[in-house]
Write a protein that binds this ligand. Sequence first.
Ligand SMILES: Cc1ncc(C[n+]2csc(CCOP(=O)(O)OP(=O)(O)O)c2C)c(N)n1
Ligand SMILES: CC(=O)[C@@H](O)[C@H](O)COP(=O)(O)O
Ligand SMILES: [Mg+2]
Length: 634
Amino acid sequence: MMYTYLSKINGPEDLKDLKDEEIEILAQEIRDFLIESVSKTGGHLASNLGVVELTLALHMMFDSPKDKIIWDVGHQSYIHKILSGRRDFFNTLRQYKGLSGFPKRNESPHDHFDTGHSSTSISAALGMAFARDLKKETHSIVAVIGDGALTGGMAFEALNHAGQSKKNILVVLNDNEMSISQNVGGLSDYLSRIRTTPIYSKVKGDMENLISHIPAIGKSVVKTAEKAKDCIKYFFVPGVLFEELGFTYIGPIDGHNFGAMCKALKQSKNISGPVLLHVLTKKGKGYKHAEAFPDEYHGVSPFKVDSGKPLSTSSSVGFSDIAGQTLVEAGEKDNRIVAITAAMPLGTGLATFAERFPDRFFDVGIAEQHAVTLAAGFASEGYKPFFPVYSTFLQRGYDQVIHDVCIQNLPVTLLLDRAGIVGNDGETHHGIFDISFLSCVPNLTFMAPRDGKELKHMINYAIKQNGPVAIRYPRGNTEVIETDDFNEIVTGRGEIVYESGKDALIIALGPMYKKALDACKRLEKRGIYSTVLNPRFIKPMDEFLILQYANKCKRIYTIEDHIKHGGFGSQVVSLLNEHNIMKEVKILAYPDVFIEHGDINTLMEYYNLSSSKLYDEIEKDLKSKKFNRIAMTR
Ligand SMILES: Cc1ncc(C[n+]2csc(CCOP(=O)(O)OP(=O)(O)O)c2C)c(N)n1
Ligand SMILES: CC(=O)[C@@H](O)[C@H](O)COP(=O)(O)O
Ligand SMILES: [Mg+2]
């Protein structure tokens, strides 16, 4: 495709000479480029299509990188990347060693703050504003936050502080009425009222003027006048909530009108103190499939541009779907079951539960902390709350897990979806810390299913427990095994899934058992016979089974889709240590680094966790041990 204007943009300075009509053509070219490029790599499409004019206006009116633009979540920063000299790298978007899907300070001087998790932009911008003023610098600082991200508690904490601080920062609220799914909550309703009541914006200036001229004479008259002022203000002035917090509110502005956006941004620069600019956009703008289904086009895998259909389809089923389906089946039988999501009903497989049991389904917005304590409240009243949440996002609700759930030993079940490497979203999103931060918490039962069938049984097991349970499972698909032979889930019991000899004991957590099994069968061809153990329980661990086989086998390997530090393997080591079993354990897990983005198979290969790398590691290790022994006896 020919990009007449886009091909000439190598940095934001190249925008400055363009006329409004040319900017309009450029906006169209950017949309075409985005659709074409993301259809090949996959990525966050709909959110980016919605902020084309907004990003152009920001780069036109501010002087990046001297002025700092902070993108909340950062999934909508693609146009910013295109305009700041990274267009030619879009064919590598979210690929291993390629362009990140989020802002990265180490990627460009135009990226001032790394994001990925939601609702951090206002806090970061405010910190930068305090620093700027202490250093007596003068640049502008802009936080761009979506209406979804504004539902996160951190955003409220930051607004509260920023309003009182009187610091010069601009918060651009990009309101498209969508989180990944339809946005929720009272604040979202408030924004819709501003959006749908045109009188608000028209009369704002006049009203403020009028209010300021209401005279104040005599004590009781003053009181009455103040009350009247408040009433008038609350009724007519848009964004009064933000004004009351200490912000100057501007808006709502049509975020697809470049001229209006530039005018509003210019206006914001002349206001002293924090300003909130409320911008209305359409998620998916300019691509009919994304406009019609912004939730499905929020994050996409490669697709055909004409039909909008994914390039590859899979016949297997996702772990998330199995979790959702199991909760629906359980919900039919037991009306104590409630399901909570923090703005991820689709990703966590809860769509059917939401439809089937609207009274027992709660989307709380991007509010993981609140979700955990809400679940605790339900549990304290005899309910069986389930909170399916991406492992990485539960990091937000850690204190609540300890303080509100586990200390009170409440029967809340945390379904840790996307546990392990998630692939292209990268370091902010990999769920590789949960074993470390959860297995140290008393009262919590913690499990990892080897496949979808085991997940189903574990969820049903969790329903029967009287205390907190967590179950971790990865992003992606699982086999559907419809066989009846299944060892029932019993607290603290693992299972031997394969036993051909005692050369090696391979303890493989969750779905890693499959790779272990592959490696084990290849090892047999080299005359190495081993046993594969599926621990099922991270906590309480099946100490008996592990010790029994550790005693029998020559060498022990643990495999997990998690970091090594504080992970499952390190707990096996300490178990053996406590029982004076002096056998070497090799932990096969991720090292102490943040794992970059890339597809899951590539990352697993790189970090020696693919079947073939596991085979190589074990074979090499067993060989070297033989040599060591010979060397030692000499
Ligand atoms: C703490 C946290 N929870 C959940 C998510 C998943 N998530 C990513 S984008 C998004 C929706 C954001 O909506 P909004 O800010 O309005 O941006 P839009 O996509 O509408 O432009 C969600 C829930 C996240 N990134 N961080
Ligand atoms: C930006 C963000 O946090 C989400 O959009 C995330 O990328 C979704 O991940 P899944 O594709 O695994 O649902
Ligand atoms: Mg939104």
